[in-house]
Design a protein around this ligand. Structure first.
Ligand SMILES: *Cc1c(COP(=O)(O)O)cnc(C)c1O
Length: 300
């Protein structure tokens, strides 16, 4: 399925009863009834499929999560069962980053090797919130392969954290190579794909272990909803979901609905935004008042 079609249809049109609603309903129930308490117990214990309690999952969020997994190339599919994965929708991009870092470092070295160019709040999360709990952070120029290799060897991080295209100065590292070097050093790779979006890059396909998003930005796109997401494959997603059932960083169902509605137009908006950015960059490039321009040219 093309990304334009997936953006409109993935996750939607589930058949809850006799009818198929064209768009996903907003399910506000905090918990669910079953005819027998024995069945409810089995749902709680994951022996029987179903919804039990909204901190665990919710049909509106499940639809958004299926959509996000599909956009990032992590949807379960018959053709590539090894790519089986999914998503967790969270209440902001920042909590998605925090939850991913804490989950992936739980049983690893409590050290994060970070790209130097990162979103400001991400740096604050690491320095002000996680360092006091003993999680060490070191920064490296992710575009300098020799410096990255040396930092991996000397610092021995539990994970590497980077943005596909850094916000706001647009630094781009070689994802596949960074994944390879990180894995050789037994570190997991977390990629914040907020700025690039899955229209331009799908980091899981280049070896990333976790993709994190702020849904607040291009994906939702209408300035009317805050949200985040974590996308991963296999056991890594299960660990994220296990953390979420206990910690509860979840998105509310109204926001999940708005995010899904916004995402339907995301590929079209993103294409236009890229074209507009190219026009603005071309104008500024020759402007006498501009000293330096940060712009990612299409190499084609
Ligand atoms: C905005 C942003 C975040 C944080 O997301 P919120 O939804 O504001 O919590 C994280 N990373 C990047 C690259 C961002 O632009």
């Amino acid at each position: 399925m093309k990304i334009h079609t997936a953006a409109v249809h993935a996750g939607d049109r589930k058949k809850p009863g006799k009818h198929i609603p064209v768009t996903t309903p907003i399910h506000t129930a905090a918990s669910y009834f079953y005819g027998e308490s024995e069945i409810l117990d089995k749902v709680f214990g994951h022996e029987v499929e179903g919804y039990a309690y909204a901190r665990y999952d919710n049909p509106t969020n499940a639809a958004l999560e299926e959509l996000l997994a599909s956009l990032e190339g992590a949807a379960p599919s018959a053709e590539s069962p090894e790519a089986r994965g999914g998503a967790l929708a969270t209440s902001s991009g920042m909590v998605a980053l925090q939850a991913t870092l804490l989950t992936c470092l739980a049983e690893r070295r409590k050290k994060v090797l970070c790209a130097e160019a990162l979103y400001g709040a991400t740096v604050k999360l690491l320095m002000n919130m996680l360092e006091p709990f003993g999680i060490e952070t070191r920064f490296v120029d992710i575009c300098d392969e020799a410096a990255l290799a040396k930092a991996l060897e000397t610092f021995q991080p539990g994970c590497v954290l980077m943005e596909t295209v850094s916000n706001p100065i647009l630094r781009v590292g070689d994802l596949a190579r960074i994944a390879e070097l990180s894995h050789a050093a037994k570190a997991l790779l977390i990629v914040d794909n907020t700025f690039a979006t899955p229209l331009l890059v799908r980091p899981l396909e280049h070896g990333a272990d976790y993709v994190v998003h702020s849904l607040t930005k291009y994906l939702s796109g209408h300035g009317d909803v805050m949200g985040g997401a974590i996308i991963a494959r296999g056991e890594k997603l299960e660990e994220i979901r296990a953390m979420s059932r206990v910690v509860g960083p979840i998105l509310g169902p109204f926001e999940a609905y708005l995010a899904m509605r916004g995402i339907k137009t995301f590929p079209l908006r993103m294409e236009r935004q890229c074209r507009n950015a190219a026009a603005v960059a071309a104008f500024l490039r020759t402007h006498p008042a501009i000293e330096q321009e940060y712009y990612l040219d299409d190499p084609a």
